[in-house]
Design a protein around this ligand. Structure first.
Ligand code: ZN
Length: 547
């Protein structure tokens, strides 16, 4: 007989359509057997161990529907360049260089265009790291800044042609500047760094990610753009520990060019091969990156940028449609990164064509980010059953300063990140963080989702101008934010029969908070990086805050 535990005196939010807060949760073994009032709980809780929640809020286990696990693990150890100027970055890189003389390379993350104030250039890194590779990821992960030694080690020279959909930025004389964009990063920088990373290092990176997630109530994550090295590391972790400590669904990265159809078949083969490891590790489908980012003027837009830039999509439309149709026919979910409104249209066209070609079925394809999106595209997305995968933290006021500037503060800025419009269109929505491009902590992310204010810099004054204040109309309620971060995430990873809501028969995955945002104080979410008291996965307490 498996153990029964009765959690009582709680404020339990189930993420079902029932919005009331319940007193009692009863779990037996790894499953929930009851949620409701204390009096009704008694019949289900005979012989149960009783845990007095003392009024604490309980949420279903949070699911980060868009994450980059290995990169997040890396970022937990990289030199953090967020918000730093060039001299500050140089000082931080130099400090790491001096502190780790035996390290093979110096890696940084989170440099921001507005903070450095100029295009990245290798000479600033060469000055402080002259004789070993130094690579700093942009906060968007869509560009990188390299020193001369890194480019030499990777083997890229002034004669190397730009990859399709990317650029090794050069100066007027044709010399490499050390600023790499889009597929130059994905196809050259990341694979090189990955090849230098040992299996033991990967294992340690994953362990740090799982610990960080469980400490914030996250019990499931969707890994976006999984590489062969990432999947091998996840499998090795599962083999070493029997399973992963939380549920991970992977979207295999498929790139344009060489042989994308082969990569789709590889993803399908991994999906079939890993079926025995479900629900802890699965390959859900593929990830396609169809445009860039607003910050670098590489998002694919219906109308040009104010500076005249009018970049096209990363994938030619016909090639994208072929790959989506093939993945769809193989039962894979397609997650399409589309930030600009034209990229969103292109993705929806491909999904619609796949549905027409392959006939009706349950698909759950997804579009990631949807930052600039046509008002007409939102009901279309809902009608096609495409999941909107949104990351409220990307709209944090400190992150959109450069975003607004690139779009010239025009009307597109007045409808940026229109979360409420997705809710109004009754679209399926999943919330995530896109870590490490943004902080992974879900409760502060919910703060931005519900207020449109900054959790990254909690001391930032609230907006005073009408235009910025008006963005609050695009927020969602706390109840909706929690549902999108739990039930919505579970739906997006086809785990909604198992997790996502607190209901009898579902897995006992939940988080006990030590803040109470339901008491009318959304502000409690703002600094709540560590607002979780306990995290439970499959009926086991896997994390508890030291008190
Ligand atoms: Zn991402």
């Amino acid at each position: 007989m498996s153990k029964t535990t009765h959690f009582k005196n709680g404020r339990i939010f189930t993420s079902t359509s029932d919005g009331t807060l319940h007193d009692s949760l009863v779990i037996r073994g790894d499953k929930i057997v009851f949620v409701g009032s204390a009096s009704d709980a008694a019949a289900h809780a005979q012989g149960a161990e009783v845990v007095d929640l003392r009024g604490k809020v309980v949420l279903p286990g949070i699911i980060d529907a868009h994450s980059h696990l290995m990169l997040l693990g890396g970022s937990l150890t990289k030199v953090d360049c967020l918000g730093k100027s060039i001299p500050e970055i140089q000082a931080a890189i130099k400090a790491r260089y001096d502190a780790e003389p035996d390290a093979q390379m110096v890696l940084g993350c989170q440099f921001q265009y507005d903070a450095i104030g100029a295009p990245p250039h290798k000479r600033w890194l060469d000055e402080v790291c002259p004789d070993k590779p130094c690579i700093i990821d942009n906060s968007s992960l869509h560009s990188a800044w390299l020193n001369s030694a890194a480019m030499a080690a990777i083997g890229v020279t002034r004669d190397t042609p730009d990859p399709l959909g990317g650029e090794f930025v050069r100066d007027a004389a044709g010399e490499l500047t050390g600023y790499w964009r889009e597929t130059a990063v994905v196809e050259y920088s990341w694979p090189w760094v990955a090849a230098q990373t040992t299996a033991a290092q990967r294992h340690a990176l994953l362990a740090s990610v799982f610990d960080a997630y469980l400490a914030t109530g996250v019990t499931g994550a969707v890994d976006m753009a999984t590489t062969p090295e990432d999947l091998a590391a996840l499998e090795a972790y599962a083999a070493a520990h029997g399973r992963l400590p939380l549920r991970v669904a992977c979207h295999w990265l498929v790139r344009p060019g060489a042989a994308p159809a082969d990569e789709v078949r590889v993803a399908a083969a991994h999906r079939a091969r890993l079926a025995p490891l479900a629900p802890w590790l699965s390959v859900a489908g593929i990830k396609i990156i169809s445009d860039g980012v607003v910050d670098a003027c590489t998002a694919f837009l219906r109308e040009p940028y104010p500076n005249g830039a009018a970049p096209g999509p990363i994938w030619p439309a016909d090639e994208l449609t072929r790959v989506v149709q093939l993945a769809d026919a193989l039962g894979l979910q397609v997650a399409c990164h589309a930030i600009g409104d034209a990229a969103v249209d292109q993705a929806l066209d491909a999904f619609e064509a796949a549905a027409a070609a392959n006939g009706p079925r349950e698909r759950r394809h997804r579009i990631e980010h949807l930052e600039v999106v046509g008002a007409d595209a939102i009901p279309r997305l809902a009608r096609l059953g495409v999941v909107a995968s949104l990351q409220p933290v990307h709209a944090d006021p400190v992150k959109v300063v450069n975003w607004d500037a690139q779009l010239g503060y025009g009307c597109r800025c007045d409808r940026k990140f229109p979360w409420k419009e997705f809710e109004d269109a009754r679209a399926d929505v999943a919330f995530g963080s896109d870590a490490p491009t943004a902080p992974y902590h879900p409760l502060p992310n919910m703060y931005t989702a519900t207020t449109r204010l900054s959790a990254i810099n909690p001391s930032l004054p609230d907006p005073v101008d009408e235009r910025t204040k008006n963005l609050a109309r695009l927020c969602v309620s706390l109840e909706t934010a929690v549902r999108y971060y739990t039930a919505g995430g579970a739906y997006s990873m086809r785990a909604d029969k198992e997790v996502g809501t607190l209901e009898p028969g579902k897995s006992a995955d939940f988080a006990v908070l030590d803040i109470d945002p339901f008491d009318g104080r959304l502000d409690s979410l703002r600094k709540a990086q560590q607002g979780v008291a306990q995290t439970w996965v499959a009926g086991e307490r896997v994390w508890a805050k030291e008190t």
